[in-house]
Design a protein around this ligand. Sequence first.
Ligand code: ADP
Ligand code: MG
Length: 927
Amino acid sequence: MNRDSSPDSAPTAAPDLPQDTPEPATPEPAARARAEEARVTPMIAQYLEIKAANPDSLLFYRMGDFYELFFADSETASQALGIVLTKRGKHLGEDIPMCGVPIDRAEEYLHKLIALGFRVSVCEQVEDPAEAKRRGPKSVVRRAVTRLVTPGTLTEDALLDARRENVLAALARVRAGSGPQDFAYALAYTDMSTGSFRVAATSRDDLSGDLARLDPAEILVSDAVLDDAELRALLRDFPAVTPLPRQSFDGAGAEKRLADFFGVAALDAFGTFARAELIAAAAIVSYVERTQLGVRPLLSRPAKEAEGGIMAIDAGTRANLELVRTTSGERRGSLLAAVDRTVTAAGARLVARRIAEPLTDLAAIRARHDGVSCLVEDGELRRELRARLSRAPDMARAVTRLALQRGGPRDLAAVRDALDGALAIAALFAAAPPADLARSVAALGRVPHALVLDLASALADSLPPHRRDGGFIREGCDAELDLTRALRDESRRVVAALERRYVEETGVRALKIRHNAVLGYFVEVSAQNADRLREAPHGAIFVHRQTMAGAVRFSSVELGDLESRIASAGERALGLEQAIFDRLAAAVVAATETIRAAAEALAELDVAAGFAELAAVENHVRPHMEQGVAFAIAGGRHPVVEQALAKEGGPFVPNDCDLSPPEGFEDGRIVLVTGPNMAGKSTFLRQNALICVLAQAGAFVPARSARIGVVDRLFSRVGAADDLARGRSTFMVEMVETAAILNQATARSLVILDEIGRGTATFDGMSIAWASLEHLHEVNRCRALFATHFHELTALSQRCKRLSNATVKVTEWHGDVIFLHEVVPGAADRSYGIQVAKLAGLPEAVIIRARAVLAELEAAERASPAQKLIDDLPLFAARPRPAAAAAPADPKAEAALAALDGLDPDSLTPREALDALYRLKGLRREG
Ligand code: ADP
Ligand code: MG
């Protein structure tokens, strides 16, 4: 390992840059010294110039075998990476702080920096240092930034998670009217490592859900978008947001930039795009070009996402249902982790996307189920397919690296093996499989056979990681290469022979011929034997080169000749290998489209086989899908809880759920679930949402049977979730989220509301839950599951005809509550809160006291039961609309409102609250 070009120098000596070494201090006049201090060395001048052109990233400045960082960059990096901060030379009289990473470990350090949210400009030496020296002793090696490494533009396996997509997204916003909020929005996104490229229209309401779905590693936005406080707040939830100047999002040049990138005259062939979509796509290609500098990555042509083709799931619901990661951010414990049985990295990436993007198109969903069904039934085919898939490498990412000239011999081998596997897999499907599978199999069949043979005959059995290492081309592949290698190897034997001869001639048994980068080949003897070589007759042959501690080194004319023969043969062999590599890589890159299609097909087959395996092992069934709003699950289970319980040997209690329209109604049902804490309400709610996600993602579902009318939007909320990081009170969050549901849910949606209204005082919480439930029933008219600990709400089922009550069964045993986890029709008779508190180990005295207080409260409740509420309150829809509030003031209401304003719910005891309620009702009656 060395810095700069002299191999034996100490890391910080930098011998090819004498101008950086501080000049020896000679007693000069003070003025001269000051002028000296102000002098900027040519290397630092070069550094500063490059740094100025790349201000918003850390600059990795290549010096020999190191990337060095200077000034503020070095301080940042040394802290972030935990590497030593040193100094090198002076700039304007101050020490220049510096740290460095060896190029062999650069990927590892890049990985750390990117993960910490930094961007890195990689600045390479773009000429041979010897070249620079020839220009003059003080000239600096030419350098240029060759790549900007950002979280969204990674391609190396070491920097990527094999089983996760790495998405770069761009958000475009264009004016669509004269109002202050009249904008059209679009997202374009790519995984540069595989070349996928899509655009989708979105809206301000759907934006956060769409971004959460794409889960981008980096988002490009115009700085104008960041001026919008609301969007800025929304984007704060994502790791890397890269603001770009407005020009990057300008509409006029967008089409041309795209056409130029893809080398077409016009974009018509790609389909029709809205203006915002074109702008977003153009922002992606410009950024990709800007970060890759010179090499053009092969992005696929942008494909437009079908509008409304994907189930709308907002960010909160995604987080709440823990679709692809848990609320604490881990994959483990998520739905994805429970259902992903794929055996390839590409399959794992695709299954994550499927879970994040359940479909809404009935035919497409059924087609996926057909494919899974075929592989469930044919266990032999499934096993064989999975065995072959598991040996197929990740060729999509390998092709991208080859196209970017970052590929190595192992990338060629990955393409060889995956293509070979693709052909074998295509042959597995004899009879005509269902359409989805047939499409994948057809794509495999288009694999170029000749390329597979070419790669197979060219590549050696064991391969080095880098092409510069050489030795990756098989013997017998290229006659000239074989010849050159023979010459090189022969020379090595000649060295061995020469060493034997020198030993005989000099009589020094320990004489060795060695090699290093500075001296080339040399003879080495111990210090005691050195004189023998210096004296006649040997002194005429051996020329002294170096005296080390304990050893002395000599050269000879013969050795020098050998040296150049060997070096040139080795170099020639390496050169020939490079040429063959380039030829093979070019052949692969030329077939990119077919190879990518085959890679995609392999991933699709892996997902289908994985879902089939899941169904077979975990006992999932094919859901019956239809239009309309049926929702009938028999014996449904929560896939994650079930698998977790199975590990501990516990059984999961399956439960039915029927949200289909009751006899004589068109709209779906709402089920109101009451029951004590820990009974299994939340589990029941979520399992039905997850069954719906799985079904529309194309998987089978954990149930005895399922009939589902396609869901267009899915909502799930839990009362009073903490969101302190965003600085909103938990109750505020709960209400914002509830508002979104009440405003957006359609008759085809599925809504899960879990203990809404928990985050505030009892009465207003209950009132909000009450009104929300009525709104869902009367206005949204969607299928919904509503868990609550407000037993009073169960009375609503008398009024709301599509609302039914369910409860989770518990029994009591010697004063202890036992959870049966069985959902049955009806309402819970009480909450068992005190029994649960007892289970949790609250002190006996507190339990006794709580029982006494409860008895008091229940007595008061009996005096005026909640039943009265339902009698006194007209149903939601029957009430006057808020617009009618301009009606003449009602003095009774005024008085009651004034009294209400005077109450502070947070400071009331339950008893006082109840009293206050009576007082308020009294005021309304008497005035
Ligand atoms: P609640 O929302 O009513 O307080 P949860 O749904 O959080 O209750 O469930 C509490 C615990 O009970 C869960 O962590 C789970 O281990 C267990 N549980 C819930 N439902 C079932 C079930 N159907 N079968 C077995 N165990 C269950
Ligand atoms: Mg719960």
